[in-house]
Design a protein around this ligand. Structure first.
Ligand code: CUA
Length: 440
């Protein structure tokens, strides 16, 4: 009864659940007992027929006194001791933990690994390894909450706080902020992936995302950073004022500051405003409206944002056109998209559920990952091998059992993948191929 906790995913979760369930059951038992008795007596001994009844004089009962003193004492002591033991376990990390730095800021979680890898609102850890989080806030009080792991701790701007747990099963979990910290508190979420040790190592050392960013045109990267780093929340691209000044036509604009002096928006001003936002605040905007991005953004990234701001109207138009194309596509006008973009929509379409079995990041699911799939040389269950090309992809969609990639099934066995024969048109097959070609 009353089992509302998510499935336990950390080593000490079962202990916590056991205690939690005991306390819940005891509370429910005594609530029913006490209220039931009160209601029963109120009815049983109510005043009847307008006549008072004499109340017997009871001077006490030693057996009852002992019972209702000893039983609750034993129960409470038992819960307290059990609680202290569990609490101790939760507060004492074993040696050899994998340490991850966590920092909270309005309204994101940043993670930093020992090799310098940084992520925002997404983190990955290996299963069956004790994890220790060293947490601090960049601004206000947040609280780091992982219900599946049964851990929660405040994250403060004034001191470090810690959490540890040992994940016992792989999967995707949610990280919440559970202390009201401002407007977007409820959106302050991070995705946690618990994966095998090998996958974790691959992910930790995979810098393809950084490489892709290095190849990106600076202004486009700036636009991406504008969205990823949360600038979008406070700075519009269409001239409308939000918490901060709009970016529309910002480059070279003369701004009046809160102290009455004037400034022209140039490289130095943008750089300073990102790392030290309080230095020169534009008149009419809150002095403490923005937190510093010092340490959260590299100089190259700031340069990309500068490139983006120099041509902000062009990039805003591109972003709007893309958003319009996506919106139009959702009403089935796919012709505005490129073939690869249509393929991506098919891949992400829930009715085909491709992503349930094929990851994009190299991790192993039911089927092979599609990361870098095009042109890869694959070994098949029957011992042959071939380069993954257009023909193979089409064959695998229409007849998945034909050539099963080795380690995903025996030769001659039926693939777990359904055939898409008759479900995709030639154009759709070509779109999927075009999309897979982009998955470097
Ligand atoms: Cu951070 Cu709520």
């Amino acid at each position: 009864m009353f089992r509302f906790l998510p499935e336990p995913a950390s080593e000490f979760a079962p202990e916590i659940d056991w205690l939690h369930n005991w306390i819940t059951d005891l509370s429910v038992f005594f609530t029913v007992l006490i209220f039931g008795a009160a209601i029963y007596f109120a009815i049983r001994y109510r005043r009847k027929g307008g006549v008072d009844h004499a109340t017997p004089q009871i001077r006490g009962d030693h057996r009852l006194e002992v019972l209702w003193t000893v039983i609750p004492t034993v129960v409470c002591l038992f819960l307290a001791i059990k609680g202290i033991l569990v609490y101790n376990h939760m507060r004492t990390p074993p040696s050899g933990t994998l340490d991850i730095n966590v920092s909270g800021r309005q309204w994101h979680w940043d993670f930093e690994y020992a090799n310098g890898k940084r992520t925002t609102d997404h983190w990955v850890i290996p299963v069956n390894k004790p994890i220790r989080l060293i947490m601090r806030s960049k601004d206000v009080l947040h609280s780091f909450f992982l219900p599946d792991m049964r851990v929660k701790n405040d994250v403060l701007p004034s001191m470090y706080s810690y959490l540890w747990f040992k994940p016992i099963k792989t999967g995707v979990y949610h990280t919440y902020c559970t202390e009201y910290c401002g407007k977007d508190h409820s959106a302050m979420l991070a995705k946690l992936e618990v994966v095998s040790e090998a996958e974790y190592d691959r992910w930790l050392n995979d810098n393809s995302e950084e490489l892709a960013k290095k190849r990106m045109e600076p202004g486009k990267l700036g636009l991406q950073l504008y969205n990823d780093k949360g600038c979008v929340a406070c700075h519009s691209l269409d001239g409308s004022p939000k918490i901060g000044p709009s970016f529309k036509g910002i480059w070279g604009r003369q701004e009046e500051l809160v102290d009455g002096s004037k400034i022209v928006v140039d490289e130095n001003y943008v750089h300073e405003s990102i790392v030290n936002p309080q230095a020169k605040v534009v008149k009419g905007f809150p002095v403490n409206g923005m937190t510093s991005f010092q340490g959260l953004i590299s100089d190259e990234e700031i340069n990309a944002i500068i490139a983006f701001l120099k041509d902000v109207d062009k990039y805003a138009a591109q972003a709007a056109a893309k958003a319009a194309a996506v919106a139009a596509a959702s009403t089935e006008d796919l012709s505005l998209l490129t073939s690869a973009e249509r393929g991506e929509r098919i891949f992400k379409d829930v009715q085909y559920a491709c992503s349930t079995c094929h990851s994009l990041d190299g991790s192993r699911l039911v089927g092979p990952s599609l990361k870098g799939v095009f042109g890869r040389v694959s070994k098949f269950a029957d011992g042959t091998s071939a380069t993954i090309d257009e023909a193979y992809i089409k064959e695998s969609l229409l007849n998945p059992s034909a050539k099963i990639v080795d380690t995903f099934g025996a030769a001659g066995s039926a693939s777990p993948m359904p055939s898409f024969q008759g479900r995709f048109s030639e154009e759709q097959l070509a779109d999927i191929v075009a999309y897979l070609k982009t998955l470097k």
